[in-house]
Each structure stands twice: as structure tokens, then as C-alpha cells.
Ligand binder design. Structure first.
Ligand SMILES: Cc1cc2nc3c(=O)[nH]c(=O)nc-3n(C[C@H](O)[C@H](O)[C@H](O)COP(=O)(O)OP(=O)(O)OC[C@H]3O[C@@H](n4cnc5c(N)ncnc54)[C@H](O)[C@@H]3O)c2cc1C
Length: 304
């Protein structure tokens, strides 16, 4: 119930604009958001790289409704790629299609994203197209396929284990050598298309994760679920899968202990580092995943 409450709140416009502007909101958001500017995000990436953790930089924003806004979002991604090249960061970028104008004009969004991917290919980095709500699943996959055909290996996308269609999508993308990040899924989806029970989502995740790490295509296992991480460790050992045939991916500010432990064990770990002034929907989805975070945040807030 709390999950639905926070996911509902994530789309509340008045509360969003109040929160994003307030000093208190910006302070609280620091738990999951690396800062407001490119410079702050790059500083965090440098620190994580020094600990052996790779990074995916995400300039926060979604549901853009004007071309100029989408172009502004894209310009930030070009700045990030320049910074990655200049500072020699072990980093790539994660992009949301609705931030690039997908809702308004899909062809326009595709042109913008294809440019970002070309830039990433030029500096030997990579663009991950995040997966949003199910109204965009097919369009996101199809766009990734088209851009991959032009810039092979420089773009990949995300599949969500809560969707029934995902097993087929895994095969579809693997057949083309497209890199997949597997996550459980962060949006509210109806039972007609998604597994409503957490146990079914987790079971599907484990089946698909095993398929991915033995596929020969480098993939991202994006979860903080320690039981699943444990199953992965056991599977990798039993099947003699190379620890570098995949990477674990986790969010900034979540399970830092586990991220460090996996690095020490020789696994690849990539931390998803979001930043920017439009942090509200992302932040609310993080609270939805773990409502106990609200208590944690409140305690820290009053302690400071
Ligand atoms: C790198 C990365 C990229 C992602 N990209 C996408 C995407 O493109 N599209 C999409 O729909 N979703 C994305 N997600 C979110 C994902 O779908 C889940 O909503 C989220 O990861 C929580 O699921 P979980 O696998 O960690 O397992 P859960 O079963 O939700 O959680 C397992 C345990 O992890 C810990 N945990 C989980 N979330 C939190 C949190 N917010 N704060 C503190 N502890 C927590 C808790 O200990 C919890 O018990 C991404 C997640 C990661 C890690």
C-alpha cells in the first residue's frame, strides 16, 4: 500500500514543484541524489572510481514537453561525456526517453538520443536507455535496436523482471548482441501485464539473470536484493562463469556496504549516480521501494 502511495506521490505536480525548490527538499534528496550540478556528479564519480566502483551518470528529468527542454537535457549529456573523456572516468551515462521529448515527438527524441550515442561511441563510452512505464516498453526496445544497428555496442537498454513479456524481450535483444540491464521494475503496472506478487518477480529475475550471465553478451545485474546477489555468487561459482562477464549495478546511496564487498570479491560493480534539480520523481520511487527510508530520512534530518 505504501508503495502505491509513494508512486502516486511521485506524479503529484504541486508537491513536486514545492519540494524541488525548497532547501529542505534539496537537503533530504542528498540521500539518493549526488548533487545539483554536473561538477558535483563528476566529483562523486571520481570518488567512486577511486574505490574501484564504475559509474553510470544520470541527469535527472523526465516527461519533457518542449523541444528546447529536451535539447537542454541532451546538452547536459554531451557535457557529461566530455567530462568522462577529459577526466578518464570509468563511467557511462543513463538516459530517459521522456526526458528527450519522447511523449511529444518520438522521431525528435530518437535523433537526440542517436547523437548522444554517437558521442559516447566516439569516446568509447556507452549509453544506457533507462526503461520507464509500460506505455514506453516497446518503443524503447525498438529505438534501442535501431540506434544499436548504427552504433553497435554503444547503446543498451533495461528490461524489467516484473513484466510478463520480459523473457521474450531478453531473447530478442540477446539475438542482436544488445546489452541488457536487468532490474525488477519501479513503476505501477496492472496485473494483466506484470506479476503482482513479489515472489514471482524475484523468481523471474533469477531465471533471467542466469540466462543473461551465460549468454556471452555483457550485462548488468541491477539489484540490491542480497538473496539474489547470493544466488548469483553460487551460480557463477558452480557454472564457472567469468566474474567479469557481467557487472552488478546498484543505486547511489543504497547498500554501499554490499557494493564495496562485491568489489573486494573481484566482481564488477557500477553505481547509478543521479544528479540535478529535477530529483523529485526519482526520489519518490526510491521511497516507494523501501518505505523504511522515510523513517531513516526523518531521523537524520532531525539529528542534523
Ligand atoms: C542500477 C539500477 C538501475 C535501475 N534502472 C531502472 C530502470 O531503468 N527502470 C526501472 O523500472 N527500474 C530501474 N531500477 C529500479 C528497480 O527496478 C527496482 O525498483 C529497485 O532496484 C529495487 O529493487 P531491488 O532489486 O533492489 O529489490 P527489492 O526487493 O525492492 O529490495 C531488496 C532489498 O534491497 C534494499 N533496497 C532496495 N531498494 C532500496 C532503497 N530504495 N533504499 C534502501 N534499500 C533498498 C533493501 O534492503 C531491500 O530489502 C534500477 C535499479 C538499479 C539498481
Amino acid at each position: 500500500m505504501l508503495r502505491s502511495f509513494f508512486i502516486g506521490l511521485s506524479t503529484n505536480k504541486p508537491f513536486r514543484s514545492f519540494s524541488e525548490r525548497s532547501a529542505v527538499g534539496q537537503r533530504v534528496s542528498r540521500r539518493f541524489v549526488a548533487g545539483m550540478s554536473v561538477g558535483e556528479a563528476v566529483d562523486v564519480a571520481v570518488k567512486l572510481n577511486a574505490e574501484g566502483i564504475d559509474v553510470s551518470l544520470d541527469s535527472l528529468g523526465e516527461s519533457v514537453t518542449e523541444r528546447a527542454q529536451a535539447e537542454h537535457s541532451a546538452a547536459i549529456y554531451h557535457q557529461l561525456l566530455d567530462a568522462i573523456a577529459e577526466r578518464g572516468l570509468q563511467a557511462n551515462v543513463s538516459v530517459k526517453l521522456t526526458q528527450m521529448g519522447m511523449e511529444m515527438d518520438p522521431a525528435f527524441a530518437e535523433a537526440i538520443v542517436a547523437n548522444i550515442v554517437e558521442h559516447a561511441a566516439y569516446i568509447k563510452s556507452f549509453v544506457r536507455i533507462d526503461m520507464e512505464g509500460s506505455e514506453y516498453t516497446e518503443a524503447t526496445i525498438a529505438m534501442t535496436e535501431r540506434i544499436h544497428a548504427r552504433s553497435p555496442g554503444a547503446v543498451g537498454t533495461v528490461l524489467q523482471a516484473y513484466l510478463h513479456r520480459t523473457a521474450a524481450d531478453v531473447e530478442r535483444l540477446l539475438a542482436q548482441g544488445i546489452r541488457i540491464r536487468l532490474c525488477k521494475g519501479a513503476y505501477k503496472e496492472p496485473a494483466t501485464i506484470a506479476f503482482p506478487e513479489k515472489s514471482a518477480v524475484d523468481a523471474n529475475y533469477v531465471t533471467l539473470m542466469k540466462r543473461l550471465v551465460t549468454s556471452g553478451v555483457f550485462c548488468g545485474i541491477a539489484t540490491h536484493d542480497e538473496a539474489i546477489v547470493e544466488q548469483m555468487r553460487a551460480f557463477v561459482t558452480a557454472q564457472k562463469v567469468d566474474k567479469r562477464a557481467f557487472e552488478f549495478q546498484m543505486l547511489y546511496g543504497v547498500r554501499r556496504d554490499l557494493q564495496r564487498k562485491l568489489v573486494a570479491e573481484g566482481y564488477g560493480v557500477r553505481c547509478y549516480v543521479p544528479f540535478g534539480t529535477e530529483w523529485y520523481p526519482y526520489f519518490m520511487r526510491r521511497l516507494a521501494e523501501r518505505p523504511a527510508n522515510v523513517i531513516f530520512l526523518a531521523k537524520n534530518f532531525f539529528r542534523n
